[in-house]
Write a protein that binds this ligand. Structure first.
Ligand SMILES: [Zn+2]
Length: 210
């Protein structure tokens, strides 16, 4: 057997589209095009994936976007942009997936905050686990939620000295802001597969900062 077929993992087209639209919102069309060119993804310029559930947006494509964002804007600038892109992704995503996740139902909206955070995190994790090749596991520990990304597109095949999945941090920050009706929580990526850790783990304090 000489077969060495590498498994490729995917996001659905819809999520790829959401990422690119969010980048455009934050960086403008020229900024997105510059990243796409640098990432050798110019075929996506003015040609975003369709709004459907076909698994067409590969993990290498996702990580190439985050990596080239940093190439173009430097680690610090790239991080700031990735956080903002992540926040924009949530706002596009909740329009597309919110009903499906039950997040817009009255029963959900009326839950007290701690229960709402738990239920929201579970629904959000299930969305990734069910509809994408990203794997997420949630753990609770001392008033904190641990969002373990066990298979992560953002840093797929990347090597770094610090955690790099800032887009996921921004996404979760905005999800918490939305779930809590405008509160801000401490959200931090503590470990990252790109650094050599077994998971990309984002720690969420369940007590808001303000
Ligand atoms: Zn990661």
């Amino acid at each position: 057997m000489t077969s060495t077929t590498a498994t490729t993992y995917y996001y659905p087209n819809r999520m790829g589209r959401i990422i690119l639209l969010s980048m455009e919102e934050v960086m403008g069309r020229n900024g997105v095009n510059a990243v796409l060119n640098l990432a050798s993804l110019s075929s996506l310029i003015e040609n975003y994936p369709l709004d459907n559930n076909e698994p067409g947006f590969s993990f290498p494509t996702v990580s190439s976007l985050t990596e080239n964002l940093e190439q173009l804007y430097g680690p610090h600038g790239g991080r700031g942009l990735a956080l903002r892109i992540g926040r924009a992704c949530f706002n596009y995503g909740v329009r597309q997936y919110g009903v499906q996740m039950g997040l817009t139902e009255m029963a959900f909206r009326l839950l007290p905050l701690p229960a709402k955070l738990n239920a929201g995190a579970a629904a959000f994790a299930e969305l990734f686990n069910k509809f994408t090749d990203q794997k997420v596991r949630i753990e609770e520990e001392d008033g904190r939620l641990l969002w373990h990304i066990e298979r992560c597109p953002l840093c797929w095949e990347r090597h770094a000295t610090e955690p790099v999945c800032h887009l996921a941090v921004g996404l979760l920050q905005e999800a918490l802001y939305w779930l809590s009706g405008g509160k801000v929580f401490n959200v931090e990526e503590k470990t990252c597969i790109a650094v050599g850790d077994p998971t990309c783990t984002i720690v969420i304090d369940k007590t808001p900062i303000y």
